[in-house]
Design a binder for this molecule. Structure first.
Ligand code: FAD
Length: 294
Protein backbone atom coordinates (compact mmCIF):
# COMPACT_ATOMS: atom_id res chain seq x y z
CA UNK A 1 0.00 0.00 0.00
CA UNK A 2 1.18 3.51 -0.74
CA UNK A 3 0.14 6.78 0.89
CA UNK A 4 -1.87 9.49 -0.88
CA UNK A 5 0.34 12.29 -2.27
CA UNK A 6 1.51 14.87 0.28
CA UNK A 7 3.87 17.84 0.54
CA UNK A 8 6.85 17.45 2.92
CA UNK A 9 8.66 20.11 4.94
CA UNK A 10 11.57 19.62 7.31
CA UNK A 11 12.20 23.03 8.91
CA UNK A 12 15.32 23.60 11.02
CA UNK A 13 13.79 26.28 13.26
CA UNK A 14 10.98 25.90 15.78
CA UNK A 15 9.15 29.15 14.84
CA UNK A 16 9.10 28.05 11.19
CA UNK A 17 7.74 24.64 12.19
CA UNK A 18 4.99 26.24 14.30
CA UNK A 19 4.07 28.59 11.41
CA UNK A 20 3.72 25.61 9.08
CA UNK A 21 1.48 23.84 11.62
CA UNK A 22 -0.65 26.98 11.99
CA UNK A 23 -1.79 26.72 8.35
CA UNK A 24 -5.50 25.99 8.78
CA UNK A 25 -6.23 25.93 5.04
CA UNK A 26 -4.73 22.46 4.51
CA UNK A 27 -4.66 19.21 6.49
CA UNK A 28 -1.22 19.51 8.13
CA UNK A 29 0.32 16.82 10.34
CA UNK A 30 3.57 16.74 12.18
CA UNK A 31 5.67 13.61 11.67
CA UNK A 32 8.18 12.40 14.28
CA UNK A 33 9.38 8.77 14.02
CA UNK A 34 6.59 7.84 11.59
CA UNK A 35 6.07 4.47 13.31
CA UNK A 36 2.34 5.05 13.73
CA UNK A 37 1.65 7.74 11.15
CA UNK A 38 3.28 6.08 8.14
CA UNK A 39 1.39 2.78 8.53
CA UNK A 40 -1.83 4.80 8.90
CA UNK A 41 -0.99 6.71 5.71
CA UNK A 42 -0.10 3.52 3.87
CA UNK A 43 -3.47 2.03 4.80
CA UNK A 44 -5.11 5.36 3.84
CA UNK A 45 -6.46 5.72 7.38
CA UNK A 46 -4.75 9.13 7.32
CA UNK A 47 -4.18 11.28 4.24
CA UNK A 48 -2.56 14.55 5.35
CA UNK A 49 -1.90 17.06 2.57
CA UNK A 50 1.21 18.39 4.29
CA UNK A 51 3.73 16.61 6.54
CA UNK A 52 5.98 18.72 8.77
CA UNK A 53 8.99 16.76 10.04
CA UNK A 54 10.18 17.87 13.50
CA UNK A 55 13.51 16.03 13.60
CA UNK A 56 15.77 18.81 12.28
CA UNK A 57 14.81 21.31 14.99
CA UNK A 58 17.70 21.52 17.52
CA UNK A 59 15.49 22.62 20.48
CA UNK A 60 13.48 19.39 20.15
CA UNK A 61 16.49 17.10 20.43
CA UNK A 62 18.07 15.70 23.54
CA UNK A 63 17.42 15.09 27.21
CA UNK A 64 17.67 17.96 29.70
CA UNK A 65 18.06 17.69 33.47
CA UNK A 66 16.80 20.26 35.96
CA UNK A 67 18.76 20.85 39.20
CA UNK A 68 15.96 19.09 41.14
CA UNK A 69 16.41 15.93 39.04
CA UNK A 70 13.43 16.39 36.69
CA UNK A 71 14.06 14.99 33.21
CA UNK A 72 12.78 16.77 30.10
CA UNK A 73 12.61 14.71 26.92
CA UNK A 74 12.40 16.69 23.67
CA UNK A 75 9.95 15.79 20.92
CA UNK A 76 12.65 14.40 18.62
CA UNK A 77 14.08 12.00 21.23
CA UNK A 78 13.54 8.40 20.25
CA UNK A 79 12.53 5.67 22.65
CA UNK A 80 15.90 3.94 21.99
CA UNK A 81 17.81 7.14 22.76
CA UNK A 82 16.17 7.32 26.19
CA UNK A 83 17.02 3.66 26.81
CA UNK A 84 20.68 4.33 25.94
CA UNK A 85 20.92 7.07 28.59
CA UNK A 86 22.25 5.48 31.79
CA UNK A 87 21.28 8.41 34.01
CA UNK A 88 17.68 8.40 32.72
CA UNK A 89 17.35 4.63 33.20
CA UNK A 90 18.76 4.84 36.74
CA UNK A 91 16.56 7.78 37.75
CA UNK A 92 13.38 6.37 36.16
CA UNK A 93 13.80 2.58 36.14
CA UNK A 94 10.11 1.92 35.48
CA UNK A 95 10.20 4.20 32.43
CA UNK A 96 13.03 2.12 31.00
CA UNK A 97 11.30 -1.15 31.93
CA UNK A 98 8.08 -0.04 30.21
CA UNK A 99 9.75 1.34 27.08
CA UNK A 100 11.58 -1.97 26.57
CA UNK A 101 8.12 -3.51 25.99
CA UNK A 102 7.41 -1.21 23.01
CA UNK A 103 7.57 -3.11 19.73
CA UNK A 104 11.08 -4.13 18.73
CA UNK A 105 14.47 -2.36 18.58
CA UNK A 106 13.75 -1.21 15.00
CA UNK A 107 10.51 0.49 16.12
CA UNK A 108 12.12 2.06 19.21
CA UNK A 109 15.06 3.36 17.21
CA UNK A 110 12.72 5.60 15.17
CA UNK A 111 9.60 5.99 17.35
CA UNK A 112 9.75 8.99 19.68
CA UNK A 113 8.67 9.25 23.31
CA UNK A 114 6.50 12.30 22.57
CA UNK A 115 5.09 10.74 19.37
CA UNK A 116 3.69 7.84 21.40
CA UNK A 117 2.16 10.29 23.90
CA UNK A 118 0.62 12.47 21.17
CA UNK A 119 -0.67 9.43 19.26
CA UNK A 120 -2.25 7.98 22.43
CA UNK A 121 -3.09 4.40 21.66
CA UNK A 122 -4.76 3.34 24.95
CA UNK A 123 -2.81 0.06 24.75
CA UNK A 124 0.54 1.87 24.54
CA UNK A 125 3.02 1.82 27.39
CA UNK A 126 4.17 5.45 27.42
CA UNK A 127 0.85 7.20 28.18
CA UNK A 128 0.42 4.93 31.23
CA UNK A 129 3.99 5.58 32.36
CA UNK A 130 3.52 9.34 31.93
CA UNK A 131 0.38 9.22 34.07
CA UNK A 132 2.03 7.08 36.75
CA UNK A 133 5.07 9.38 36.93
CA UNK A 134 3.04 12.63 36.99
CA UNK A 135 4.62 13.83 33.75
CA UNK A 136 3.97 17.33 32.39
CA UNK A 137 3.55 18.04 28.69
CA UNK A 138 4.97 21.21 27.16
CA UNK A 139 2.77 22.32 24.28
CA UNK A 140 3.68 25.09 21.85
CA UNK A 141 1.93 26.84 18.97
CA UNK A 142 2.52 30.04 17.01
CA UNK A 143 0.50 31.73 19.80
CA UNK A 144 2.65 30.62 22.76
CA UNK A 145 3.53 27.81 25.16
CA UNK A 146 1.46 26.04 27.82
CA UNK A 147 1.89 23.07 30.17
CA UNK A 148 -0.59 20.23 30.50
CA UNK A 149 -0.38 17.62 33.29
CA UNK A 150 -0.57 14.00 32.12
CA UNK A 151 -3.83 13.70 34.08
CA UNK A 152 -5.50 16.11 31.63
CA UNK A 153 -3.62 15.20 28.46
CA UNK A 154 -5.11 11.82 27.51
CA UNK A 155 -8.71 12.43 26.51
CA UNK A 156 -9.93 9.29 24.75
CA UNK A 157 -8.89 6.77 22.07
CA UNK A 158 -6.22 8.48 19.93
CA UNK A 159 -7.30 11.85 21.30
CA UNK A 160 -5.19 14.17 23.45
CA UNK A 161 -5.51 17.75 24.69
CA UNK A 162 -3.73 19.25 21.67
CA UNK A 163 -5.51 21.91 19.62
CA UNK A 164 -4.95 22.25 15.85
CA UNK A 165 -1.61 23.96 15.25
CA UNK A 166 -0.17 22.78 18.59
CA UNK A 167 2.99 20.71 18.99
CA UNK A 168 4.02 18.61 21.98
CA UNK A 169 7.55 20.00 22.24
CA UNK A 170 8.65 17.99 25.31
CA UNK A 171 7.57 15.84 28.22
CA UNK A 172 8.98 16.38 31.71
CA UNK A 173 9.21 13.60 34.28
CA UNK A 174 9.55 15.01 37.84
CA UNK A 175 12.22 13.43 40.04
CA UNK A 176 10.93 10.43 42.01
CA UNK A 177 11.73 9.76 45.69
CA UNK A 178 15.00 7.81 45.85
CA UNK A 179 13.37 5.15 48.06
CA UNK A 180 10.36 4.52 45.79
CA UNK A 181 9.90 1.02 44.35
CA UNK A 182 8.32 0.64 40.92
CA UNK A 183 7.12 -2.27 38.81
CA UNK A 184 5.76 -2.71 35.30
CA UNK A 185 3.71 -5.66 34.06
CA UNK A 186 1.90 -6.31 30.80
CA UNK A 187 0.26 -9.16 28.98
CA UNK A 188 0.67 -9.28 25.19
CA UNK A 189 0.02 -12.08 22.74
CA UNK A 190 3.63 -12.03 21.57
CA UNK A 191 6.71 -10.19 22.83
CA UNK A 192 6.67 -6.76 21.14
CA UNK A 193 2.93 -6.65 20.49
CA UNK A 194 0.81 -3.91 21.98
CA UNK A 195 -0.37 -4.92 25.46
CA UNK A 196 -3.78 -6.50 25.92
CA UNK A 197 -3.62 -5.08 29.44
CA UNK A 198 -0.79 -3.54 31.49
CA UNK A 199 -0.05 -2.17 34.95
CA UNK A 200 2.40 0.36 36.40
CA UNK A 201 2.76 0.41 40.19
CA UNK A 202 4.90 2.43 42.57
CA UNK A 203 5.16 3.15 46.30
CA UNK A 204 7.49 3.89 49.18
CA UNK A 205 7.96 1.73 52.27
CA UNK A 206 7.69 3.75 55.49
CA UNK A 207 7.91 1.83 58.77
CA UNK A 208 6.46 -1.37 57.29
CA UNK A 209 3.60 0.41 55.51
CA UNK A 210 3.09 1.63 51.95
CA UNK A 211 3.14 5.36 51.24
CA UNK A 212 2.44 7.36 48.09
CA UNK A 213 1.04 4.30 46.32
CA UNK A 214 0.45 4.70 42.61
CA UNK A 215 -1.41 2.27 40.35
CA UNK A 216 -2.10 2.94 36.67
CA UNK A 217 -3.68 0.40 34.35
CA UNK A 218 -3.79 0.52 30.56
CA UNK A 219 -5.63 -1.44 27.87
CA UNK A 220 -8.67 -1.20 30.13
CA UNK A 221 -10.70 1.51 28.40
CA UNK A 222 -10.31 4.68 26.36
CA UNK A 223 -7.21 5.93 28.23
CA UNK A 224 -4.84 4.86 31.02
CA UNK A 225 -6.52 4.90 34.43
CA UNK A 226 -5.24 5.69 37.90
CA UNK A 227 -6.97 3.38 40.34
CA UNK A 228 -7.46 5.69 43.32
CA UNK A 229 -9.42 3.13 45.36
CA UNK A 230 -6.42 0.78 45.39
CA UNK A 231 -3.99 3.60 46.17
CA UNK A 232 -6.10 4.57 49.21
CA UNK A 233 -6.49 0.94 50.28
CA UNK A 234 -2.73 0.38 50.45
CA UNK A 235 -1.46 3.69 51.79
CA UNK A 236 -0.66 3.36 55.47
CA UNK A 237 -1.08 -0.44 55.42
CA UNK A 238 1.18 -3.47 55.00
CA UNK A 239 0.36 -4.38 51.36
CA UNK A 240 0.56 -8.15 51.93
CA UNK A 241 -2.53 -7.91 54.16
CA UNK A 242 -4.59 -5.99 51.60
CA UNK A 243 -3.58 -7.25 48.15
CA UNK A 244 -6.44 -9.78 48.19
CA UNK A 245 -8.92 -6.89 47.96
CA UNK A 246 -7.25 -5.36 44.89
CA UNK A 247 -8.89 -7.37 42.04
CA UNK A 248 -12.44 -6.42 43.08
CA UNK A 249 -11.51 -2.73 43.34
CA UNK A 250 -9.79 -2.88 39.95
CA UNK A 251 -12.77 -4.62 38.33
CA UNK A 252 -15.10 -1.90 39.62
CA UNK A 253 -12.87 0.95 38.42
CA UNK A 254 -12.18 -0.04 34.80
CA UNK A 255 -14.25 -0.26 31.66
CA UNK A 256 -12.50 -2.59 29.20
CA UNK A 257 -13.99 -3.44 25.81
CA UNK A 258 -14.22 -6.73 23.93
CA UNK A 259 -12.40 -6.90 20.61
CA UNK A 260 -10.87 -9.59 18.41
CA UNK A 261 -7.89 -9.89 20.79
CA UNK A 262 -9.71 -10.45 24.11
CA UNK A 263 -13.09 -10.16 25.79
CA UNK A 264 -13.85 -7.44 28.33
CA UNK A 265 -14.24 -10.12 31.04
CA UNK A 266 -10.81 -11.53 30.29
CA UNK A 267 -9.22 -8.07 30.36
CA UNK A 268 -10.93 -7.30 33.68
CA UNK A 269 -9.59 -10.50 35.24
CA UNK A 270 -6.07 -10.02 33.86
CA UNK A 271 -6.03 -6.38 35.01
CA UNK A 272 -6.68 -7.51 38.60
CA UNK A 273 -3.91 -10.11 38.46
CA UNK A 274 -1.37 -7.76 36.86
CA UNK A 275 -2.22 -5.07 39.41
CA UNK A 276 -1.55 -7.46 42.31
CA UNK A 277 1.70 -8.69 40.76
CA UNK A 278 2.96 -5.17 40.01
CA UNK A 279 2.02 -3.85 43.46
CA UNK A 280 3.68 -6.82 45.20
CA UNK A 281 6.87 -6.31 43.17
CA UNK A 282 6.87 -2.54 43.75
CA UNK A 283 6.50 -3.18 47.49
CA UNK A 284 9.46 -5.59 47.54
CA UNK A 285 11.58 -3.09 45.62
CA UNK A 286 10.49 -0.23 47.89
CA UNK A 287 11.45 -2.26 50.97
CA UNK A 288 14.84 -3.05 49.44
CA UNK A 289 15.44 0.58 48.54
CA UNK A 290 14.26 1.75 51.96
CA UNK A 291 16.86 -0.50 53.57
CA UNK A 292 19.54 0.80 51.16
CA UNK A 293 18.79 4.36 52.26
CA UNK A 294 19.15 3.57 55.98
P1 FAD B 1 4.58 9.32 14.41
O1 FAD B 1 4.17 8.01 13.84
O2 FAD B 1 5.48 10.17 13.60
O3 FAD B 1 3.27 10.19 14.77
C1 FAD B 1 2.15 9.56 15.39
C2 FAD B 1 1.04 10.61 15.57
O4 FAD B 1 1.42 11.55 16.58
C3 FAD B 1 0.76 11.45 14.31
O5 FAD B 1 -0.60 11.82 14.31
C4 FAD B 1 1.62 12.70 14.52
O6 FAD B 1 1.10 13.83 13.83
C5 FAD B 1 1.54 12.87 16.03
N1 FAD B 1 2.75 13.44 16.63
C6 FAD B 1 3.98 12.87 16.68
N2 FAD B 1 4.82 13.64 17.39
C7 FAD B 1 4.10 14.72 17.80
C8 FAD B 1 4.40 15.86 18.60
N3 FAD B 1 5.61 16.04 19.13
N4 FAD B 1 3.42 16.76 18.82
C9 FAD B 1 2.17 16.59 18.30
N5 FAD B 1 1.82 15.52 17.56
C10 FAD B 1 2.78 14.59 17.32
N6 FAD B 1 3.81 1.40 20.42
C11 FAD B 1 3.62 1.01 21.69
O7 FAD B 1 3.35 1.86 22.55
N7 FAD B 1 3.73 -0.31 22.05
C12 FAD B 1 4.01 -1.29 21.16
O8 FAD B 1 4.12 -2.47 21.53
C13 FAD B 1 4.20 -0.90 19.79
N8 FAD B 1 4.47 -1.82 18.85
C14 FAD B 1 4.63 -1.40 17.56
C15 FAD B 1 4.88 -2.37 16.57
C16 FAD B 1 5.02 -1.99 15.25
C17 FAD B 1 5.28 -3.04 14.22
C18 FAD B 1 4.94 -0.61 14.89
C19 FAD B 1 5.12 -0.16 13.46
C20 FAD B 1 4.71 0.36 15.86
C21 FAD B 1 4.53 -0.02 17.19
N9 FAD B 1 4.27 0.91 18.18
C22 FAD B 1 4.09 0.50 19.47
C23 FAD B 1 4.12 2.37 17.88
C24 FAD B 1 5.38 3.14 18.19
O9 FAD B 1 5.61 3.23 19.59
C25 FAD B 1 5.32 4.58 17.66
O10 FAD B 1 6.64 4.96 17.61
C26 FAD B 1 4.58 5.62 18.45
O11 FAD B 1 3.25 5.25 18.64
C27 FAD B 1 4.52 6.95 17.69
O12 FAD B 1 5.75 7.62 17.73
P2 FAD B 1 6.38 8.22 16.42
O13 FAD B 1 7.49 9.09 16.84
O14 FAD B 1 6.70 7.13 15.46
O15 FAD B 1 5.17 9.15 15.87
Amino acid sequence: MKPAPFAYHAPAQLPELLELLADDLSDVRVIAGGQSLVPMMNFRLAAPEVLVDLRRVPELRGLRWAPDGALTVGAAVTQAQLLRDRRACDAFPVLAEGIRHIGHPQIRSRGTVCGSLAHHDPHAELPALALALDARMTVASAQGVREVPADDFFVSYYEVALEPGELLTAVTFPAQPADAGWAFRELARRRGDFALVGAVAGMRAVGGAAAGTRLVLFGVGDRPRRIAAVEQLLDGAAPAERLGEVPALVAAAIDPVSDLHASAEYRREVAGELAVAALAEAWERARGRGEDQR
